[in-house]
Design a protein around this ligand. Structure first.
Ligand code: ZN
Length: 392
């Protein structure tokens, strides 16, 4: 295909790897937050199509931001630079590489899903730490994602050339390409032969190998389609290193092989659940004994049980209420204590404010039982109930 020469003032159109360049300042005017510097040529990508702008410096001045205005790249500098000055520019190389990996990976995965399943891409975002999200218009199944991911990594291993060019309107009319928006004016096409043809304005590598790898880390239903989260290259490596460390620690803690930690954790959880059930039945048995062994009294009964849950506290209060004027059971909570208090002889609604006031607590309930929490000391609570003479 005959291709027109591309815009040479934007270095990244031709060469995504060039992160240092010399240029001449063509305009510099005071602007909101700094000085808007324009250059005769730039490697700075001003952001767009889901990808944020590059960061870096001009003549050692750290740029505040880079953006596009009226079809030109604006470099917002903290200081003025005189028009005509020859400047040395350097953009932050590793973030640029990581962004190109994420963006390139998105092209490959979206292209493959489009080819294999007819999936349309409704949106793409390259976020913090180069986490890529791709939103599809129709749902994609887990099996499809696995297939597309495997295929995408093969495309990376094959190191297929990535071509970027500006076709003429006539050429464009005969082309089939993915596009998220309707373009006006010149359209730049980024093509990975046999994989993807997409309208795109961002910097790209020369071939797929530089993307490194693609790993899908999440997929959730999203507005009738699927939101796919993926990591590519260095971002995928960082994620792998972090998760590897985590798996290694679990592996050591559980004495399980690293590739069997999930099973080991599931087994542990099942055992813990079993132990919890045994503990609960033991706690119930202990409660029965405690209640049975508590003598009837014409005063109040106060029981502290470290292990009682809400249900246990209610059970204590209910059953002990038959043996006394007012029965209260309490257990430690995150802060202070949880309590249940019951009576067969007094109106608990009336007693609730008295009890809450004495114990710095809150809570309420029915005429026969109240439930709540308090912050008084354990010994003070016990002492209060030993002396408590309910009057209602
Ligand atoms: Zn793109």
């Amino acid at each position: 295909m005959e291709q027109r020469s591309i815009d040479h003032s934007r270095i990244y159109y031709e060469n995504g790897m060039q992160t240092e360049f010399d240029a001449t300042v063509t305009a510099c005017e005071q602007s909101e937050g700094g000085y808007a510097v324009r250059l005769d040529r730039t490697a700075f990508f001003p952001g767009g199509g889901g990808q944020e702008a590059d960061t870096g410096e001009i003549n050692g001045l750290r740029l505040i931001s880079v953006f596009e205005k009226d079809g030109e790249v604006v470099h917002l500098s903290p200081d003025a630079i005189a028009v005509g000055t020859a400047v040395s520019c350097r953009l932050d190389r590793v973030p640029r590489l990581r962004k190109m990996q994420g963006h390139g990976g998105e092209h490959i995965l979206s292209g493959i899903m489009h080819r294999l399943f007819g999936t349309e891409n409704a949106g793409f975002h390259l976020g913090k730490n180069e986490v890529v999200t791709v939103d599809t218009r129709t749902p994609v199944t887990d099996a499809q994602l696995r297939e597309a991911e495997a295929e995408a990594n093969l495309v990376i291993a094959e190191n297929i050339p990535i071509k970027a060019y500006f076709p003429t309107p006539e050429e464009l009319a005969g082309m089939r390409f993915r596009s998220k928006i309707d373009f006006e004016g010149e359209v730049r096409i980024v093509e990975i032969a046999g994989v993807d043809v997409c309208a795109c304005c961002a910097p790209h590598f020369e071939s797929t190998g530089s993307i490194g790898s693609i790993k899908i880390i999440d997929a959730v239903p999203w507005k009738g389609g699927t939101r796919i989260t993926l990591l590519c290259g260095l971002a995928a490596y960082g994620d792998h290193a972090e998760k590897h460390d985590s798996v290694r620690r679990i592996s050591v803690a559980l004495s399980a092989k690293p590739n069997e930690v999930a099973e080991a954790v599931e087994n542990r959880l099942a055992k813990a659940e079993e132990a919890k059930r045994s503990l609960l039945s033991l706690a119930r048995a202990m409660r029965d004994i405690k209640i049975e062994c508590t003598a009837e009294t014409d005063g109040c009964i106060c029981i502290f049980d470290e292990f009682a849950d809400a249900e246990g506290l209610r059970d204590y209060a209910n059953r002990l209420a038959k043996k006394c004027e007012v029965a209260i059971a309490f257990a430690p909570a995150k802060t202070g204590f949880t309590y249940a208090a019951a009576s067969a002889k007094h109106n608990m609604r009336t007693l609730a404010p008295v009890i809450n006031k004495a114990l710095s607590g809150k809570g309420g309930g029915s005429e026969t039982m109240i439930f709540g929490s308090f912050t008084a000391e354990r010994n003070d609570a016990v002492a209060f109930f030993e002396r408590f003479k309910p009057q209602d």
